[in-house]
Design a binder for this molecule. Structure first.
Ligand SMILES: [Zn+2]
Length: 340
């Protein structure tokens, strides 16, 4: 009986296939095998495709979902989180951060958030009602998934007692701390530590990004201080107390505001007082972001022959302010030119 195996070892093994079950169709058996192989091949390819799709989806799912109240915080998350995070800011920089009205899509976004990054204090008075609407206690104030960036910041204008008689806002101290680039260093440390806790696999990646961000920021801080060295000691008039930390950074004086108290619009009597104050203190500029009414500031400035200068409060508020560095670049240059 002939062996089904022909050829010796080293010349390749060959299996003799049984004869076609239907001699009238001698090629039919091979064709069936070819079809079977083709089907198996296709199934194999489908499994490979599904495997790749699933692994991509898992990689996508592994990204931390982070929602921030403001665009400047969102940019900080981008700088530190890179491609390991998805980030969305709730408030547009075109509007006053104190008075944002979150939408149902904001509620949906926060519902999916792994981390909620905010200023704490009472800057975003709408934040607690938003978190209540979301209903996830893990994101509430004081919980680890709620990243309060005021942590570790030395606050300005802290009242000796909490009272709304001093205005409707800033009850716990001035909450606009993101306007001092020095504070960004503290905020970056707060954020990176939380990223490392909730995504330990990428801890080293976040730390490296933070180091790189801080190094660049340090260089820019020196540049900004040098650019505006003549600003030190000069006084400005601001619409709202949101300028306090920027003034602190550049050594500017900022003691009077168009608002008589935070959140209270200018009154005729207060504007009369300011007219005398500006003359007496040789103030050269009124500073304000884009979203406050300009009429009173323009009127006062034109009467006194001084300038009204836009100082952004949010990343992306004006063109070419779309990240933390360009945001401060713009603001420092604006005040530097106004106070020449
Ligand atoms: Zn404010």
């Amino acid at each position: 009986m002939p062996s089904p195996l022909r050829g010796g070892f080293g010349r390749g093994w060959r299996i003799t296939l049984p004869p076609s079950p239907n001699p009238s169709h001698p090629g039919r058996g091979n064709q069936r095998e070819d079809n079977l192989m083709l089907k198996l091949k296709n199934i194999f390819l489908v499994f490979i495709f599904l495997g790749l799709w699933c692994s991509n989806s898992q990689a996508e799912e592994k990204k931390l979902n982070i929602v921030t109240t403001q665009t400047i915080f969102a940019d900080l998350v981008k700088q530190l989180g890179g491609d390991k995070v998805n980030v969305k800011a709730i408030a547009s920089p075109k509007f006053n951060i104190h008075f944002i009205q979150p939408t149902p899509s904001d509620v949906r976004a926060v519902t999916k958030a792994d981390l909620y990054v905010n200023a704490g204090l009472d800057l975003e008075a709408w934040s607690d009602p938003l978190l209540e609407a979301v209903g996830n206690p893990e994101l509430f104030r004081g919980r680890p998934r709620n990243v309060d960036l005021s942590s570790g910041i030395t606050l300005l204008n802290v009242p000796t007692h909490v009272s709304r008689s001093e205005g409707d806002l800033h009850l716990f101290g001035n909450p606009h701390f993101q306007m001092n680039p020095e504070n960004l260093k503290i905020m970056a440390r707060t954020l990176v530590e939380r990223l490392k806790i909730f995504d330990p696999q990428n801890a080293e990646y976040y730390e490296q990004n933070a180091q790189s961000f801080l190094k660049n920021l340090e260089t820019k801080i020196e540049e900004w201080k040098n650019l505006c060295s003549h600003c030190r000691g000069q006084e400005i008039l601001s619409y709202h107390e949101d300028i306090a930390y920027f003034a602190q950074f550049l050594g500017l004086k900022s003691e009077q505001f168009l608002e008589p108290k935070p959140g209270v619009p200018p009154t005729p009597q207060h504007l009369v007082f300011l007219e005398g104050y500006v003359k007496k203190n040789q103030i050269k500029a009124i500073v304000m972001p884009t979203y406050y009414p300009r009429a009173e500031a323009n009127k006062l400035a034109s009467k006194l022959g001084i300038k009204v200068v836009t100082i952004c409060q949010g990343v992306g508020e004006l063109p070419n302010t779309d990240n933390i560095i360009t945001f401060f670049d713009y603001n420092v240059k604006a005040i530097q030119e106004a106070l020449k």
